[in-house]
Design a protein around this ligand. Structure first.
Ligand code: NAP
Length: 238
């Protein structure tokens, strides 16, 4: 498979290592300085573009690749308001689009546990909910995309909560997402149900970036040659 890496920072470089190990070829590497090289002609040399840049750049980059007819795997977080536009573009261009707030296999299993726990807690109003996430200090968005996905899954599986709020919840229908930024932490997420009697917590701790990179390459292998909008659930068959 031929891959265009849109964003060649911490994630782009980790993805390249895994992609080469798996026998793929990287045909384009885009950073801020050479983004003019992201032409339809250069993009068309790739089977898949893998986009990991920053929230302000993701929409334009993704639309550019989809307009060139190239399938896109996107891991950039913090641009949720434009993701539906990209999904629609992939369908009109008859190509593929897969966006995930977290590509690690462990987190995607954690997501399924989170949904099940929320459904079990629907009729247990003594338990208050909170989500905490910790990431490295260079992370641009807060709360993390993964924490927002966890919160949306809780809201989809529980009617007694209506919204999440940043840092502090106002009123009984809300629950907080608390974000911490600490040097060198790849990503930790904790969902806690707390009552006067006991607490239940589920925690995912990433030890490094390899899990995200490996998942992104698996997703690229999955979408190559397909058309449609996909999720990590499809890639992992869960
Ligand atoms: N979904 C997941 O599993 C997952 C996992 C980890 C991280 N992430 C997300 O992935 C994104 C990237 O993370 P990272 O740690 O790799 O960040 P990073 O180390 O800061 O790298 C970002 C890269 O994007 C490039 N870039 C910035 N603006 C650009 C533009 N307009 N056009 C083209 N390239 C541009 C940067 O170029 P320069 O080097 O020239 O500045 C850099 O190479 C973040 O949103 C992060 O939250 C997602």
């Amino acid at each position: 498979m031929k891959i265009a890496l849109i964003g060649y920072g911490k994630m782009g470089q980790a993805i390249e290592q895994i992609a080469l190990q798996r026998g793929h070829e990287v045909v384009l590497r885009i950073r801020t300085a050479n983004k003019h090289e992201m032409t339809p002609e250069n993009l068309s040399k790739a089977d898949v573009a893998i986009e990991f840049t920053k929230p302000e750049a993701a929409r334009e980059n993704v639309m550019h690749c989809l307009n060139a007819g190239v399938a896109v795997v996107c891991g950039t977080t913090g641009w949720n308001e434009h993701v539906d536009e990209a999904k629609a573009k992939a369908l009109t261009k008859n190509t593929a689009f897969l966006q995930a707030s977290n590509f690690s296999i462990g987190v995607n299993i954690f997501f399924e546990v989170n949904k099940r726990l929320a459904a079990l807690m629907e009729d247990q109003p003594d338990y208050e909910i909170s989500i905490e996430e910790t990431h490295h200090t260079q992370k641009k968005d807060a709360p993390s995309g993964t924490a927002i996905t966890l919160a949306e899954q809780i809201l989809d599986n529980m009617t007694r909560k209506k919204r999440w709020e940043k840092e502090q919840a106002s009123g009984s229908e809300a629950f907080p997402i608390i974000a911490h930024r600490i040097e060198n932490v790849p990503g930790t997420h904790n969902v806690k149900y707390s009552s006067g009697i006991d607490d239940i917590e589920i925690i995912h701790t990433a030890h490094n970036r390899e899990g995200f990179a490996r998942g992104a390459v698996l997703a690229a292998e999955f979408v190559a040659g397909k058309s449609g909008v996909f999720q990590m659930k499809d890639v992992l068959g869960i």
